[in-house]
Design a binder for this molecule. Structure first.
Ligand SMILES: *Cc1c(COP(=O)(O)O)cnc(C)c1O
Length: 423
């Protein structure tokens, strides 16, 4: 039976047998015992399902993977050490030297750095596009070495909303894989696979955990991409000599996830720990409720700031005059999430004065947990950039990024109000 998303939040990923613990135990063990040699051999050959070493799979991590896969409507998921390792493992599953990624430029700073600086050192190039550019312009970047097109549902910190139909049509036409970072929307607000994405990645350190307790990442396999015979993906169509000559494209299901786990995770080991999987699994129990509250709180805060005389501009797709309002109504109709950005009138110093005057809302390098927090990118995450580079990156120097928590909205607004009064 297919459950609704809020039901999956509490029921997904784990079902105890009679007499077992109701929620997943933390299986804090590197390894697993077998009494038969053949039994273990079958596991190694992927002929049987089971656990033999936690670098490859672990029951607590599997519970979390199962819940996220079900929430996203995918066929399998892989828990990773962090959101960054999820994107890195995804890229290595598809790309080798000489290949390229076509990526939106409106993406998380860490992912931008991975694609623009680190992967090129290994011979993997990235071609960036403006997600608002017309399809013809984006399409021109794709060649026969392009292994994926990468985007974010809700971009951080520019809060742009992705036009899924535009990107999905390009990917379909060129038979290239469509990957989406769905961290800031979560499957509660948007399920990219339903809009044509093939792979979804998450930093579960954000809303999925939701409590700023556990770093983690997830890769979800949509199971909806045709690798078989696709000349773009030889590594899926020729035998993997490092895995008994397995041809991933011949597998009946989860071809991407199997290659990612059996080849890349095996060799690189960037796995999620059982403890972090437990916390993230637990966090997801309340994801649907929290996303509703994050979204309604952010919409109220955005409306308040939009009418404030000391505020220059506010970006949140709930605002009717926001550039992405229409796209949000189509792709995130039930709420646009808790992330918003705004500009304070005046120079950079005013932004700093405002931030320091906040009493409840804290300054942090984090977003998307239950507590409201702010960050001034121009003086922190983006401080190495010049004023011009900041503009180019869509991060004006007066931009304040606010991650709206689930406190009472009146208290959040009152704190902003008293801090704005000080500038
Ligand atoms: C935080 C974040 C990441 C990186 O995740 P970590 O868990 O910090 O490694 C990737 N994408 C988005 C959109 C993020 O917000």
């Amino acid at each position: 039976m297919e459950y609704k998303k809020d039901t999956i939040c509490v029921q997904g990923g784990y079902r105890p047998a009679s007499g077992e613990s109701r929620i997943p135990p933390i299986v804090q063990s590197t390894t697993f015992f077998y009494d038969s040699t053949q039994g273990m051999a079958d596991l190694f050959d992927l002929k049987a399902d089971g656990y033999f070493y936690t670098r490859l799979a672990n029951p607590t991590v599997a519970a979390f993977e199962g819940k996220v896969a079900a929430l996203e409507g995918g066929v399998a998921a892989i828990g990773c050490a962090s959101g960054m390792s999820a994107s890195t493992m995804m890229a290595f599953t598809l790309c080798g030297e000489g290949d390229n990624i076509v990526s939106s430029s409106a993406i998380y700073g860490g992912t931008f750095n991975l694609f623009a600086v680190t992967l090129p050192k290994l011979g993997i190039e990235t071609r960036f596009f403006d997600p608002d550019a017309p399809a013809e312009e984006i399409e021109k970047l794709i060649d026969d070495k392009t292994k994926l097109v990468f985007t974010e549902t809700v971009a951080n910190p520019s809060i742009k909303i992705l036009d899924f139909d535009k990107i999905a049509a390009i990917c379909k036409k060129h038979q290239v894989l469509f990957a989406v970072d769905n961290t800031l929307a979560t499957p509660i607000l948007c399920r990219p696979i339903e809009w044509g994405a093939n792979i979804v990645v998450h930093s579960s350190s954000k809303y999925l955990d939701g409590h700023a307790a556990a770093l983690g990442g997830v890769i979800v396999d949509g199971g909806n991409f045709n690798f078989k015979g696709n000349p773009r993906y030889p590594s899926f169509n020729v035998p993997d000599e490092s895995y008994h000559g397995l041809v991933y494209a011949d597998l009946p299901a989860a071809q991407f996830a199997t290659k990612c786990r059996a080849q890349i995770i095996r060799d690189m080991g960037a796995i999620m720990s059982p403890q972090n999987a437990f916390l993230s699994w637990l966090g997801c129990d309340t994801l649907a409720l929290r996303m509703e509250r994050h979204s309604s709180n952010a919409a109220k805060v955005a409306a308040y700031l939009a009418n404030h005389p000391k505020i220059d501009w506010v970006w949140h797709a709930s605002l009717p005059d926001n550039k992405y309002h229409k796209l949000a109504q189509k792709y995130l109709p039930d709420g646009q999430g808790g992330m918003l950005s705004f500009g304070i009138k005046g120079d950079v110093k005013k932004a700093a004065t405002f931030m320091e005057a906040l009493k409840m809302v804290t300054q942090e390098t984090h977003v998307a947990d239950v507590r409201s927090c702010v960050l001034h990118p121009a003086s922190t995450t983006h401080r190495q950039l010049t004023k011009e580079e900041l503009e180019q990156a869509g991060v004006p120097e007066n931009l304040v990024r606010l991650s709206v928590g689930i406190e009472n909205p009146d208290d959040i607004i009152a704190d902003l109000e008293q801090a704005l009064a000080k500038i």
